[in-house]
Design a protein around this ligand. Sequence first.
Ligand SMILES: Nc1ncnc2c1ncn2[C@@H]1O[C@H](COP(=O)(O)OP(=O)(O)OP(=O)(O)O)[C@@H](O)[C@H]1O
Ligand SMILES: [Mg+2]
Length: 589
Amino acid sequence: MTGLVRERARLVRLLRLAGRARPAALIACLLLAAAAPAAMSLAAGWLVGAIAAGGDVVAPLATLAAVLLVQRTAESLQDPLGATCSRSIDGHVRTRVRQIALRQRGIAHLEDEEFQDLLSRASDRGESWRVRSPGTAATGQLMIVFRAGGAVAAGAILAGHFPLLALLLVAGCLLQRSYALRQWSSTVSVEDGLTSKQRRTEYWAEVASGAEAAKEVRMFGLADWVMERRLRAHTETTDIMWTARMASLRRQAPVAASAAVMALAALLVPGIAAATGRLAVDGLATCLAAAWAIFQATYMGQEALDIAYGLGALRALDQLDAPGADPGGEPARYGPVRFENVTFAYPGAAEPVLRGLDLTIEPGEVLAIVGVNGAGKTTLSKLLTGLYTPSAGRILVDGADLRRLDVESWRRHIAVVFQDFVHYSGSVRDNIRLSAPEIVASDDDLRRAIHVAGASDVIEDLPAGLDTSLWHTGTGGTDLSGGQWQRLALARALFAAEHGRRLLILDEPTANLDIQAETQFYQQVIAGVPGTTVVLISHRLSTVQHADRIVVLDGGRIIESGGHADLLRAGGAYARLFRLQAERFTAAS
Ligand SMILES: Nc1ncnc2c1ncn2[C@@H]1O[C@H](COP(=O)(O)OP(=O)(O)OP(=O)(O)O)[C@@H](O)[C@H]1O
Ligand SMILES: [Mg+2]
């Protein structure tokens, strides 16, 4: 019980996030709206008494009109004020949720279903029956507090004539409300269990109407198939929710029965007293209006459910917050990087991708990593950048375990082009500068990186050069081809490498490049950043053959290591792959 009160009090305290003025105005409106029904019952009694006595009706009528006016004004202001307060609170909560998602050093948690469920609950995406909004819950809670006050005020007026009836109505209505709420709240916990299913619905909706899958959906004629998937995922959750809500509705029968009894008592007790001459007509009017005010103040509206949903969101936020921020650790010094007996399996995966891998990356060397699809090359780059932590073994940076280092300071030594690099919807300038936002760069700095990446022609052809907006899902933007984007991503990493990042990781940097760019890649790009350590991941052996050292990854381990000529002489896996690729070109010519 105290826990519940504490949670409700916490909801009300959330209003501080909306500033001072708006919550204060909201409180004033709620106070006036809650006090109005009780005041109206007094005014109604006064008016009826005046009519019965043949006295002056102007004053009571004017009072009644004034109360009505105040009530209507307060009620009409309370919705927009409540909405702005709750939006403001929800904005703070969403920011907090994003901070929590971002503060972990790695990204493994983002693939964890439970974490995703908590994120969905804490920050609503709008698939629920009611929006999971702590803001709406906070304003709803405030409204309930004032309405309860209104019910007690009306009860006090009724108690002036019938104390027992007043007690029955106030206590009965409040009990009834809490019973009804408990029934409906159970549907909220059912819904909480469906969060991951709801995410699947959102996924299919995005496939159906989003830009990403639009081409294939049309070309493969997938519209019906996708819609059917969406509908199936949707009905899977709605069927369960429908059953839960119907069960709740059936359990509301006692509420309806007790409401009927109370309404009857509210009519009969003052009615009989008036009929038998124990209550004057003005008292009758006051009592009926006061009873009506009690019913009005205690009815269960949507705000009760909003509170249940909003409390669920806060509880999810607490759970997300629980593990605490990752410890910062020592700042990382750049030096040799050593994978020592590293084993790694993705969360929930049965088999490890890397198994006891040993590898040293010396400062200033160009190390190429080759291997078949799925060998674990990209995974290795994700461990190297601290996005995942080894399941066993360790990664040493200049002799210090990466786990104990401040990962952000380590990442400031690294420039990277991921295999699935991001196309940022911003200007060309932003797309390049993002890799090292702390650098105050001149256009010449940017142009040099663009030149080394072989992207000068691409930028020159753009309508506004570096300022061209690559906002490809809106108006006034330009999009680039796959290869042009790849050159831009390269320029982004090169810019960071030229401005002090010591380790350049390139994962399949030539995958989208034309054959001419691919052949020039090593001389142009790798030679363009002398002294930088380069980890070059590529299937295309022509891209890697000039590397200082090439390692072949297979079965989660390094199976071969050496220069191109050594590996060819050794006649192992690398030599076989190289011959296979060379034969393809010879056969084609
Ligand atoms: N996020 C992930 N969750 C679970 N498994 C993953 C994840 N990413 C990759 N894998 C699995 O890890 C293995 C290695 O993947 P990785 O991307 O490292 O291979 P790769 O050598 O880079 O392949 P490619 O040459 O195709 O780029 C694959 O079997 C893949 O299915
Ligand atoms: Mg890969």
